[in-house]
Design a binder for this molecule. Sequence first.
Ligand SMILES: Nc1nc2c(c(=O)[nH]1)N[C@@H](CN(C=O)c1ccc(C(=O)N[C@@H](CCC(=O)O)C(=O)O)cc1)CN2
Ligand SMILES: NCC(=O)N[C@@H]1O[C@H](COP(=O)([O-])[O-])[C@@H](O)[C@H]1O
Length: 235
Amino acid sequence: MTGICPPPRGRFAVVGSGTGTTASRLLDAVDDGTIPADVAVVVGNNSRSGILTRARDRGVRTFHLSGKTHPEPDMLDAAMLDALDAAGTDLVVLAGYMKLLGPRVLERFKGAVLNTHPALLPAYGGVGMYGDRVHAAVLADGATRTGATVHQVTAVYDEGPIVAQREVEIRPDDDVEQLRARVQAAEKSLLVDVVAAWFTDAAPPASGVAGDQASGLMRESLRRDRTASPPSARA
Ligand SMILES: Nc1nc2c(c(=O)[nH]1)N[C@@H](CN(C=O)c1ccc(C(=O)N[C@@H](CCC(=O)O)C(=O)O)cc1)CN2
Ligand SMILES: NCC(=O)N[C@@H]1O[C@H](COP(=O)([O-])[O-])[C@@H](O)[C@H]1O
């Protein structure tokens, strides 16, 4: 017996508002070993949403935090920070979260908050650009390109540095549902690749769009994050 203990596994939180299919994909990737880290907590802002149910069904700690539980945005921000810290979170992943993440959380987890967006930012981002609204706008504009983006989260919706992107085909007869399904599949695979790389120092995901640039950004942001963000207080 060498007595040498392996380093503790990283821990990431998932924050969302919707059905939770992205969160489920991340949990699957933890279970199959693709992501060498653990889900510390799942936070949802809709008590009836699938994301909390799916997490509870898999034995993951959950918190329902919303404008209903905490009407004051400042209090909601503080409660979110407490929940993330209590769970020993190292990385925060927004997966279909529909509200603005507050300044306390952004400061505490500076450089360690990621969001997945269903378009190729900076196109089709910002206030009002979420869910099917994004795909409807892409189709209405006759855009020839769309895809998935994973970016660092900053104070303004969707303006943080892009970490990785993956392009998705738009077919001539696509409707919103068909395009959503194709983009969501790309979002899930890209997000799993990014989170896995975050915890393994692996090469960033092969990206269909600006791959080298995104990869460089990711390597740089990963390097910076590891030196900048304080170690999490283990729960
Ligand atoms: N501080 C940040 N918080 C969040 C970011 C971010 O970049 N910085 N990204 C969003 C996720 N997102 C797109 O990826 C996004 C989500 C929601 C909206 C939006 O317009 N929301 C509406 C309210 C919608 C509702 O109540 O259902 C609004 O704020 O008026 C835009 C972009 C997550 N948080
Ligand atoms: N602006 C962010 C945004 O619109 N994200 C979108 O929220 C949904 C989450 O689905 P899920 O709850 O099934 O994971 C996904 O469609 C994702 O593209």
